[in-house]
Design a protein around this ligand. Sequence first.
Ligand code: ZN
Length: 93
Amino acid sequence: MPTKFIKKSVKKNGGKKKAKSYTLQSKTGLIELKCETDKHDKFYKKSVTINSGRVSSYFDLDWLFDKSAVILICENCSTIKWIKNQAQLRRAV
Ligand SMILES: [Zn+2]
């Protein structure tokens, strides 16, 4: 694992939820989710609701027809990944 050298995971029971690894179910199989910036593979999961059409057009989120989505925040660098189909999201074992 090339991710350990930067930072160890946040303190246990430190108030924050623990970051976890996730996979995405696709037609071709399970895809392991990794941060595009630093290849970190642990994320904090958050559900978000988009209230305004202005926001969704700003982010070019036309696929957000139900105005809700899941974001995964990289534990390491806080890069946000948008998950458009929450049903495909799986907790990695
Ligand atoms: Zn990252």
